[in-house]
Design a protein around this ligand. Structure first.
Ligand code: ASP
Ligand code: MG
Length: 423
């Protein structure tokens, strides 16, 4: 069997969903299809949640109605008989309205997962019904009862052993050839919904592939494949046809937005290749990530990560930082979900580059109890692999560099943020 994953951009409109029908119609293999929420639904649900948490019920309901209308419009355009679409989502919106009208938002992260996860439930319900209406027999599965996770709400980790039996029983391919499940969501052992982190549907697809021993995973994306840089930011980008798992992990970790960083491990562990294929041109080759490639990447790769903060911590008593304080500092950062993307140390200080998120202030406060803490925000981290002086000159010209790390083959530049680098 194969795993296909369609992201939010691919399913943002009726046209995109018709394209899924066309892609799936041409496949004879057993398929497990993982789908994200439609378009910007996750962002919209986050706004619903913000209002809900402040008990602004009216605003929460208004925003939810926008989400509902958006899905209704897609259904109207998509289905021969739109009732077939409305009927599968009506009860979902009723559940959401009920929550908003009657509940009080206490634990933010827990409510986030309970409400925002509906985006994926709604999109998969619609697409499953549409494929059925179009003659593609399939079974809709609820990943909240199949993927068992820990209780780290908003960034849950899947428990592979506990999930395996459930998933293999639900998707045994005996009576069905095609299953459809949600990306991004699961539930803890008590059944409370969880989410796997923003853009986590890729990770879901990899988990499913691992647990069902898939032949391959294909992530259908609205790009030609994996490029050596983000074409919105850099000129003359080129396609990388083949990458090793190691290349892919490094790129994803450096902030290349092509795949979620957690995606590679479940695939590497079973040697399952990952194809990144152009949604708009399904016959084009795209890129493949696998264990061994024919030739190493021989072009420079540029990755820009925005919204970074440089945090410097120093023990108050002038003690050596690596010996005394390293693990304590990282425990605190880990607890507050700071994602460290770069580390540098001196005798008595450590500097780390982390992504700015809603937990940063709490983390800085707790670090401040133990250490002297200073920070700079509004930064971006440029990683260059396959570095040359020419590229450095071009990409860092006239920029204020706060921190620089360079090896023979790669370089990382932490700089003040600018919006566009394209020259
Ligand atoms: N819908 C989720 C998000 O927008 C998950 C995903 O798209 O991968 O983050
Ligand atoms: Mg997405």
């Amino acid at each position: 069997m194969k795993v296909y994953k369609f992201g939010g951009a691919s399913v943002r409109s009726a046209e995109g969903i018709r394209n899924i029908l066309s892609i799936v119609s041409g496949v004879n293999d057993n398929l497990f299809i993982v789908i994200s929420a439609m378009g910007k639904t996750t962002n919209a649900m986050e706004i619903v949640l913000e209002h809900f948490m402040k008990t602004n019920r009216k605003e929460a309901l208004q925003k939810l109605e926008e989400v509902e209308t958006y899905h209704y419009e897609i259904i109207k355009e998509l289905f021969a008989k739109p009732e077939n679409g409305y009927v599968v989502i009506d009860s979902l919106f009723s559940e959401l309205k009920e929550f908003i009208a009657t509940s009080i938002g206490d634990d933010y992260d827990c409510w986030y997962d309970r409400l925002v996860s509906y985006g994926e439930v709604i999109s998969t319900r619609i697409i499953s019904a549409y494929l059925s209406e179009s003659g593609i027999v399939n079974e809709w599965l609820d990943m909240r009862s199949l993927l068992v996770t820990d209780s780290k709400f908003r960034e849950a980790n899947v428990r592979m052993d506990a999930s395996q039996v459930r998933l293999q029983n639900a998707a045994d391919f005996k009576t069905q050839r095609i299953y459809i499940g949600q990306g991004f969501i699961g539930a803890n052992i008590k059944g409370d919904p969880t989410t796997l982190g923003r853009e986590g549907s890729d990770y879901s697809a990899a988990i499913v592939a691992n647990l069902l021993n898939a032949e391959s995973v294909t992530i259908w994306k609205d790009v030609p494949g994996i490029l050596n840089a983000d074409p919105r930011l850099f000129e003359n980008t080129v396609l990388i046809p083949e990458l090793t798992y190691l290349d892919a992990v490094e790129l994803a970790y450096s902030g290349a937005q092509i795949i979620h960083p957690k995606t590679i491990k479940p695939l590497e562990n079973k040697g399952i290749p990952l194809y990144v294929s152009p949604f708009g041109n399904p016959t084009e080759k795209g890129s493949v990530i696998k264990a061994v490639t024919e030739k190493p990447i021989d072009i420079p790769v540029l990755i820009l990560r925005k919204n970074q903060v440089l945090v410097t911590i120093r023990p108050r008593d002038f003690s050596f930082v690596l010996e005394e304080s390293l693990s304590k500092a990282f425990l605190i950062m880990n607890k507050h979900r700071l994602k460290v993307s770069l580390i540098q140390n001196s005798a008595i200080s450590i500097s780390v580059c982390v992504e700015n998120n809603r937990y940063l202030t709490d983390a800085l406060d707790e670090l401040g109890n133990e250490f002297k803490v200073t920070y700079n925000d509004g930064l971006e981290l440029l990683t260059i692999r396959g570095i040359t002086d020419e590229i450095v000159a071009k990409t860092t010209k006239d920029r204020t560099i706060l921190l620089l790390q360079r090896t023979r083959r790669s370089g990382r530049f932490l700089m003040k943020e600018t919006l566009v680098i394209k020259s």
